[in-house]
Design a protein around this ligand. Structure first.
Ligand SMILES: [Fe+2]
Length: 184
């Protein structure tokens, strides 16, 4: 089966029309959603730092808090390029993901490794959500010929990928230790 772009080889960044404007509008709306997601995370991460049992996880969350603050600034830069106000539009998905992290904290004991296992799961869900958002938005920005914006989004996308990989590495140890703690 032919893809749409094969059928319409001239369609793309070069042929801007009313539909391209719709796409630009959609990009802006989605950027507002991800701005809300990052801002919610800036509020949630300090609680995850405080709740973590292992120093390694606490450091990772602390570092990601600083990275996330920079990502908010980067999004504000994107809005500046677009000549639009950086207004966040409440991201329901992040609200749910943050709620799950809070539930982990409520359902586990202070100082337990079980809590860290749960927090890593919650945090990796967050990272994967953000990876999906930034990956697709970067692609839309590219199609629109917004290369600078695509580069900025790629930078954040790379950071989210790094954060996810770091969490996987940390979980390799913590999951085993939590198992040992549970079976002692
Ligand atoms: Fe982020």
């Amino acid at each position: 089966m032919k893809t749409q772009s094969q059928n319409n080889p001239k369609k793309g960044a070069a042929s801007m029309n009313g539909h391209a404007e719709d796409l630009q509008k959609l990009l802006k709306e989605q950027l507002r959603d991800v701005l809300s997601a990052e801002k919610q995370l800036v509020k949630a991460l300090p609680k995850m730092v405080k709740a973590s049992t292992s120093g390694e996880l606490r450091d990772a969350f602390n570092e990601h808090l600083e990275v996330t603050k920079k990502q908010v600034e980067r999004l504000e830069e994107v809005f500046e390029i677009l000549g639009a106000k950086a207004t966040a539009k409440h991201c329901e998905a992040m609200e749910g993901l943050v709620k799950e992290a809070r539930e982990v904290i409520d359902d586990t004991d202070d100082g337990s490794l079980l809590r860290d296992v749960g927090l890593i799961i919650a945090a990796q869900k967050v990272e994967h959500y953000e990876i999906a958002a930034y990956g697709s938005l970067r692609s839309v920005a590219s199609v629109l010929g917004q290369d600078k914006i695509a580069d900025i989004l790629q930078e954040t996308l790379d950071e989210e990928g790094e954060a996810d990989k770091l969490l996987t590495r940390i979980s390799d140890n913590i999951n085993v230790e939590a198992y040992e703690e549970a079976t002692r």
